[in-house]
Design a protein around this ligand. Structure first.
Ligand SMILES: Nc1ncnc2c1ncn2[C@@H]1O[C@H](COP(=O)(O)OP(=O)(O)OP(=O)(O)O)[C@@H](O)[C@H]1O
Ligand SMILES: C=C(C)CCOP(=O)(O)O
Length: 246
């Protein structure tokens, strides 16, 4: 069981609202299709927002903790993420990957202390029927706050726990977590060891960039890898490119 996140920073041009990075998405879809043709791993894909979703959320002041009760804002953010999801699905389908959508807005919520609730039965059934579920960062109902953002990273962490994933990979726009000299850090086992070099995203991003990613992955039992697009094929083949979070 592999849970893979395709970062929004990889598959979109994060500097330009609602702009795909078509070449990068095709390269990612090629790597996924080749890996699935070579082995029969169960695979769940989650993608982030990049230039879809973050701009809309930011304009409406919505984050993982600041909610909105404005249905028009919810539809705008959710609509942007569904548009990107459709692009991801179609690139995978073109390559024979049996990819199907799971929209977190329709299946997940946060309780009043902000804890994410994501029922796993739907995804488990899809997997056992041979589908590749493709989730995405989204806006979801949040008890007491209206609706807030759920990041793809949070979904990855939740799915990894619920589905007892063997391998967890985050493909981002950087080759791994970088140290103060921009060299890739090989392994991270404690947040304090790297806190000083971890930042937010360089682009508009309402979910916390690299710092939030590392925190979410450190909380997991299984090891996880953060790597760039050039590491995706090797990760899917069983290697540990980039940074390993243990
Ligand atoms: N120490 C660090 N090492 C690597 N990247 C860092 C570091 N600190 C901050 N960053 C930023 O984190 C970004 C990656 O986080 P980001 O949330 O943008 O990625 P993503 O998950 O691929 O995209 P999205 O959130 O849109 O899905 C990098 O592009 C970089 O700007
Ligand atoms: C901003 C939205 C709607 C999605 C955020 O998901 P992420 O890019 O994985 O942080």
């Amino acid at each position: 069981m592999i849970v893979l996140k395709l970062g929004g920073s990889v598959i979109t041009d994060k500097e330009r609202p609602e702009t795909l990075d078509g070449d990068a998405l095709e390269q990612a879809a090629d790597a996924v299709a080749s890996a699935l043709a070579a082995n029969d791993d169960d695979l769940v894909i989650v993608h982030g927002g990049g230039s879809f979703g973050h701009h809309n959320a930011s304009e409406h002041g919505v984050s993982t903790t600041n909610g909105t009760h404005d249905a028009a804002a919810v539809l705008e953010i959710h609509g942007a993420m569904k548009t990107l999801n459709q692009f991801v699905l179609s690139r995978l389908l073109e390559r024979g990957v049996q990819a199907v959508p799971v929209h977190p807005f329709s299946t997940a919520h946060r309780d009043d202390d902000g804890t994410l609730e994501l029922p796993a039965g739907q995804i488990e059934t899809m997997l056992s029927e041979g589908f590749v579920p493709v989730l995405h960062g989204d806006v979801i109902a949040h008890a007491g706050a209206g609706a807030t953002i759920v990041s793809g990273d949070e979904l990855v962490a939740e799915l990894a726990r619920d589905l007892a994933a063997d391998r967890i990979g985050l493909c981002s726009t950087v080759p791994g977590v970088l140290d103060a000299d921009d060299a890739v850090i090989d392994r991270i086992s404690a947040y304090e060891d790297v806190a000083s070099v971890l930042g937010a995203s360089d682009a508009t991003d309402v979910t916390g960039g690299m710092a939030a990613k590392v925190q979410a992955l450190l909380a997991l039992d299984a090891e996880a890898s953060i790597f760039g697009l050039e590491g995706l094929a090797s990760f899917l083949e069983g290697a540990n490119p980039g940074t390993t979070i243990e």
